[in-house]
Design a protein around this ligand. Structure first.
Ligand code: FE2
Length: 228
């Protein structure tokens, strides 16, 4: 009888510890896997860059974010959007870390999904109509977007963003700042940190941008544009 009781106690302890482990894990951010293989964007974005970018750089943002939140359980379980929209409520000792690393997590998660193999054709549908309406033509849009990406001094991003009325704009953000705080919805974005292109393109950021158009997932952009 004693053995049965001891076994039951052990079993309960195991279930409780598993549940709390799951709960803890659920509150940790994780890097989402790519929806395509590491070499799927070749020859425009090389496999080694994708592996390092996704597995090392993005992983580092997520690891740093989780570590910063370790001492503030009340912030665990919040989304990156919630953290970034309320960044001034994040304790000052981790605010900059959260801003940079939650931003890095948000931006990169967006970036992996706005790229896809064999999607290099021009957009169709509502996003194309909006681009032509707001920038005159696809060619002019690409020219302005490329310029914004080139003009970003140091590290950052260039974005195509939509406001509540559907109007599009091109914005460049520094470091891992996001467009969330601007209240605008991202439609496409390019990472122009050197880690995104240096292995293949070295200092030629313009060549990387030109090549990147071949992997833009315009189907996803159309979905995003059609969402509220
Ligand atoms: Fe990056």
């Amino acid at each position: 009888m004693k053995k049965i009781i001891a076994l039951a106690i052990c079993l309960m302890a195991l279930i409780t510890s598993s549940a709390s482990a799951l709960e803890t894990n659920d509150k940790k951010f994780v890097v989402p896997p790519l929806k395509y293989s590491y070499n799927a964007l070749e020859p425009y974005i090389d496999e080694q860059t994708m592996r390092i970018h996704h597995d090392k750089h993005h992983e580092a943002y997520v690891g740093n974010l989780n570590k910063a939140l370790d001492k503030y359980p009340e912030l665990q379980g919040k989304t990156v959007e919630q953290l970034l929209l309320n960044i001034n409520k994040v304790p000052s000792d981790i605010r900059e870390t959260v801003r940079n690393n939650a931003g890095g997590h948000y931006n990169h998660t967006f970036f992996w999904n706005i790229m896809s193999p064999n999607k290099g054709a021009n957009p169709k549908g509502n996003v194309m109509k909006a681009i032509e309406r707001d920038f005159g033509s696809m060619d002019n849009f690409k020219k302005l977007f490329k310029q914004a990406a080139l003009d970003r001094f140091g590290s950052g991003w260039a974005w195509l963003l939509k406001d509540n009325s559907g109007k599009l704009s091109i914005v460049s953000t520094a470091n891992q700042d996001t467009p969330i705080q601007l209240g605008l919805k991202p439609i496409i974005a390019i990472d122009v940190w050197e880690h995104a292109y240096y292995l293949k393109y070295q200092n030629k950021r313009a060549d990387y941008i030109d090549a990147w158009w071949n992997v833009v997932n315009w189907d996803r952009a159309e979905e995003l544009y059609n969402e509220r």
